[in-house]
Design a binder for this molecule. Structure first.
Ligand code: NDP
Ligand code: HSE
Length: 581
């Protein structure tokens, strides 16, 4: 019978909430959110900010061509273009893309919501198609930010004093973003575009165009070109707001603000070469995103059996075939800059990571059994060869738990942590509570891609124990041995009572690490009791008693692939910085 009580060597200090995360406003126009297929890339940009510990207000435009289509539909009724009811029809374009961007955020485990133009609370005055924002009723936005990491809002629209929806001029979503940031007292806004900054000429038409690192508001306005709406630049200057113009790559950005510097020629750079190990749930998800990404070139994919059919959305068997290899030297001979490692075997994963690092290849791994064997040794190997190793995807799926622990540790000593770290078990406990049979619940978890290749690792708490070891390494720099982590087993013979959670606890007790993986039904933080399906959560308790909490999708294709891709972005940024140094 699984133990239903937690080992409590000593109570952890009472946990007080830390300050709410800072807010950043990001704006996505129709050049980067041209249609539904672009929503995952937008969610990735948002995820990167949440992973840095921020809450995001994402302002979106309508999909490309959507505003014109809606205008044409309305005008087909034969009404004048300035009909006062027309804006309410047109802003459905922005509301639609906001809803889809929020869905894409939810898919990767971000807590996201949307507001309509009316809920957002921007009051505007002036002509119905070119109104000016004058006030913000923050109530709904503040409420949404209290409850969610991400609030996606429609740009372009506002509400006039008579209660009608109005528009804020073409390109008005820039103005929405700037106005929100100013009213919230922020000092900058990120405008995510299809170019990596402000150029002195159109870089698509003229490869000799020079790029600004910094430009004044006036310079940006004088350059024109429609990159940033002029009304928005006026507002930025009046409210002393920095405007960062960047693209998805999260590499270069032009800062438009008080200072300026002459533009410089841009060195052409080749795409980074990326190898992927594993083409199952996680590797296949990462691959689907990478193949469509112009910033990288996928050079090889390691599998056991190249003849096996693959489920990689958007990638045909013919396109995949030349990439597939079945041994480590063949993969590394393709000379990747970066390796994404998502093998289901610990031994093979560990050997591959070592071989890659020895060649100076950066590695991001989702394979917790591989990296938790000897994280200190692997990091030392990486350093010796000028490479880097990241493992965010190994713990918590898409929930940025490793980052949360690192951030907490950077603020002061950590006393301990509590966590739900296995998506399969959490999912199964819920299904068992709903009355499903053990076998049916396990079969569902496997079909959803949550369970390990050998699910006994999930059921016996070995998967969670490996994650506890990695988190302990992050928190304390040392790890408990697997044999020293007592574990309860989830089995068909002794299913726990309803509401149970597989709860991991770890603390430093007089210089000795104490850790456990238990099935518990009571005495748990409401954070854990509230988890649904494959969700995971972490509560880090600092020595001063304050606590940081993280929650997200702990398993599954898209959430885990997102975490791997975020590590890839960090590794790529470092590679590019080294190249440009
Ligand atoms: P899958 O079983 O779906 O895929 C595993 C892949 O690894 C397969 O493509 C398999 O090749 C390949 N593989 C395994 N061993 C070898 C080997 N020795 N040589 C070459 N290829 C090999 O696993 P997942 O994608 O679910 O998981 C991958 C890793 O990510 C695991 O370490 C897991 O713990 C971790 N992870 C998984 C999560 C999830 O939700 N699924 C979440 C977070 C982490 P082939 O297809 O030919 O058999
Ligand atoms: N099998 C693991 C789980 C995958 O269910 O949590 C995520 O690490």
């Amino acid at each position: 019978m699984p133990g239903l009580a937690l080992l409590r060597p000593e109570p952890l200090p009472a946990a007080a909430a830390r300050d709410a995360a800072p807010v950043v406003v990001m704006k996505f126009g129709s050049s980067v959110l041209a249609g539904p297929a672009d929503a995952p890339a937008v969610a990735s940009d948002i995820y990167a900010e949440v992973r840095r510990g921020r809450r995001v207000i994402a302002v979106v435009s309508a999909f490309a061509g959507e505003t014109d289509r809606l205008l044409a539909e309305a005008r087909a009724l034969g009404l004048a273009h300035d009909n006062p009811l027309l804006p309410a029809y047109v802003v459905q374009g922005e509301e639609r893309s906001a809803a889809l961007a929020a869905l894409a955020c939810d898919r990767i485990g971000l807590s996201a919501t949307t507001l309509s133009v009316r809920d957002l609370g921007i009051a505007a005055e002036g002509p119905g198609e070119h109104a000016r924002p004058v006030a913000l009723d923050r109530a709904a936005l503040d409420r949404a930010l209290d409850r969610h990491e991400v609030v996606v809002v429609p740009g372009f629209g506002a509400v006039a004093t008579d209660g009608r929806v109005v528009l804020m001029g073409r390109g008005g979503s820039d103005l929405t973003a700037l106005f929100l940031a100013a009213e919230l007292g922020l000092d900058h806004v990120q405008l995510v575009k299809d170019v990596d900054g402000l150029y002195d000429r159109d870089p698509n038409a003229d490869p000799g165009a020079r790029r600004y690192d910094r430009a004044s508001w006036a310079e940006a306005k004088a350059l024109g070109g429609g990159l940033v709406q002029p009304d928005a630049l006026d507002l930025a200057e009046a409210r002393r707001l920095r405007v960062e113009v960047r693209n998805h790559a999260d590499g270069h950005r032009t800062v438009i603000g008080a200072g300026s510097a002459p533009p410089r020629p841009v060195q052409p750079s080749r795409p980074l070469k990326v190898a992927v190990a594993g083409c199952g749930v996680v590797g296949g998800g990462a691959l689907a995103r990478l193949i469509a990404d112009r910033r990288v070139e996928v050079v090889g994919v390691l599998v056991r059996d190249p003849a096996r059919p693959r489920d990689v959305p958007g990638v045909s068997a013919e396109a995949l075939a030349p990439l597939l290899v079945s041994d480590i030297p063949a993969l590394l001979d393709r000379e990747p800059d970066i390796l994404l490692e998502a093998l289901s075997e610990a031994e093979a994963g560990h050997a591959l990571i070592r071989a890659a690092l020895q060649r100076g290849v950066d590695v991001a791994s989702a394979n917790k059994q591989a990296v938790s064997r000897d994280p200190a040794g692997l990091l030392a190997l990486a350093e010796a060869h000028g490479a880097r190793l990241l493992w965010s995807a190994s713990v918590g799926g898409g929930a940025p738990m490793v980052e949360a622990l690192r951030a907490a540790r950077a603020q002061g000593p950590v006393a301990g942590f509590e966590a739900v770290l296995n998506g399969t078990v959490n999912f199964m406990l819920e299904r068992l509570g709903d009355g499903a049979s053990f076998d049916a619940a396990l079969a569902e978890a496997r079909a959803a891609g949550f369970a390990e290749e050998d699910p006994s690792s999930d059921l016996e708490g070995l998967d969670a124990a490996a994650k506890v070891r990695l988190l302990a390494f992050e928190a304390f720099g040392v790890m408990p041995d697997e044999a020293d982590i007592p574990r309860d087993i989830l089995s068909a013979d002794s299913p726990p009572a309803g509401g149970a959670r597989q709860l991991c606890r770890c603390r430093m007790d007089n210089g000795r690490l104490v850790a456990e993986v238990r099935l518990v039904t009571d005495a748990m933080d409401p954070l854990f009791a509230a988890l649904r399906g494959e969700e995971n959560a972490l509560k880090v308790i600092a020595a001063d008693g304050s606590a940081v909490r993280r929650r997200g999708r702990g398993a599954g294709r898209w959430a885990t692939a997102e975490s791997l891709l975020a590590d890839l972005s960090d590794l790529a940024a470092r590679r590019l910085a080294l190249r440009n140094a």
